[in-house]
Design a protein around this ligand. Structure first.
Ligand code: KIV
Ligand code: ZN
Length: 391
């Protein structure tokens, strides 16, 4: 069965870079942009050009650098000057996109803009129309769409389609939605907006309740065809949807009938590169790219993985660029893991020898968080058994 493509819109350099303390200079952004190109993203949101001269420069340089068929996108508010500056920054891009928008929820309309629904529609339409005078490809974000009532959202979407918007971004800006709710929102738009087939619906989910990946998957399962995400899920507050997670969810679940253009073998290295450049560590238990994502430390799991990797792993580590699963020795490890690691460092243990070494191992392991390869030599030396070296 041929799969439908979901476009990957990477916003590491825009929403991701909004993390306090993670600011990147143009040089660093160019290196990351080149890596994103290699990784196979469809859209790079390179920055928010009016926000600072540095961001303008970064967007402009990325637009010059990226030569493949990748869209380069710049963010704007629904403000004329923002749009003019973004258009200028994007002028060298082969495929430029202006990403403009405005808040659409009750609270944004009332507290941020002290406005009303009709005036918001008017501003949104004017912004898209103006952006279209510079570029063909205009994406609109309905900020806080997650908490916007569906009827109003449908109305604004319909008006924007009339003036030629190409992508409608439905952000769950505050990370509030449940997956069923977010999926139903996308479904509602697909079923109730005239002309919706002319545009791409995009998911942009935040992770305040840890649901960004689930919500994005619910979105594409209900007809959206673009996911906005960042490497390592970095971004404001609890972050954005993690690119590596959505890519691997789609790949590991062929029954969804969806896939991306991402070369998943580059995921681990890309994660490391972004983490280093931004000075932002990846939590060890992070799905797909965390240091422990393919590490096994309890005896029961280790025994299973040594017999057959698939007993406890749903992803082949090589598919995401990790060399191999690791068997970590701790006080919870069993004989199978000890024999396995002992063999790697050069000892072939018989059953009797293993029993004896294992008792010594347990005493040692209780004093340490992790037993390292060099410790195995010490443990074996502390036993009386004569052990055959295999190296
Ligand atoms: O979260 C959000 O709503 C955004 C928009 C600016 C797209 O980042
Ligand atoms: Zn966002």
């Amino acid at each position: 069965m041929s799969k439908d493509k979901v476009q990957i819109f990477d916003t590491t350099l825009r929403d991701g870079e909004q993390v306090p303390g993670c600011k990147l200079d143009t040089e660093q952004k160019l290196v990351i942009a080149e890596r994103l190109e290699l990784l196979g993203v469809d859209v790079i949101e390179a920055g928010f050009p009016i926000s600072s001269p540095g961001d303008f420069k970064s967007v402009s340089e990325i637009a010059k650098l990226i030569k493949k068929d990748i869209t380069i996108c710049g963010l704007t508010r629904a403000v004329k000057k923002d749009i003019e500056v973004a258009a200028d920054a994007l002028k060298y891009a082969k495929y430029p996109r202006i990403h403009t928008g405005i808040g659409t929820s009750e609270s944004h309309i009332k507290y941020k803009f002290n406005s009303n629904k009709d005036a918001i529609i008017e501003k949104a339409v004017a912004a898209v129309k103006y952006a279209k005078t510079f570029v063909e490809d205009v994406e609109f974000f309905a900020e806080d769409a997650g908490r916007t009532d569906n009827e109003f959202l449908a109305k604004i979407c319909e008006e924007l389609i009339k003036v030629g918007v190409t992508v409608l971004n439905i952000p769950d800006t505050t990370g509030y939605c449940l997956p069923e709710e977010y999926g139903a929102k996308i479904k509602y738009l697909r079923e109730n907006v005239t002309g919706i087939h002319k545009v791409t619906l995009s998911c942009h989910c935040h992770n305040d309740l840890g649901l960004a990946t689930a919500n994005s998957i619910a979105g594409v399962s209900n007809g959206a065809r673009q996911i906005e995400c960042t490497i390592n899920g970095i971004g404001e507050r609890a972050g954005n949807t993690s690119l590596e997670e959505v890519v691997m969810v789609l790949r590991q679940h062929p029954s969804l009938g969806l896939d991306t253009n991402i070369n998943s073998k580059l995921l681990f290295d890309t994660s490391k590169m972004v983490s280093e450049k931004m000075g932002m560590v990846v939590q060890p238990n992070k799905a797909i790219v965390g240091a422990n994502a393919f590490a096994h430390s309890s005896g029961i799991h280790q025994d299973g993985v040594i017999k057959n990797r698939e007993t406890y792993e749903i992803i082949d580590p090589a598919d995401v660029g990790v060399n191999e699963s690791s068997i970590i020795l701790t006080a919870r490890s069993g004989r199978a893991a000890l024999a396995y690691r002992a063999k790697i460092v050069g000892y072939e243990l018989t059953k009797v020898q293993l029993d004896e070494v294992y008792q010594e191992f347990l005493k040692f392991a209780d004093t340490k968080k992790e037993v390292l390869d060099e410790d195995i030599h010490k443990i074996i030396a502390a036993t009386d058994v004569a052990i055959k070296k295999v190296m």
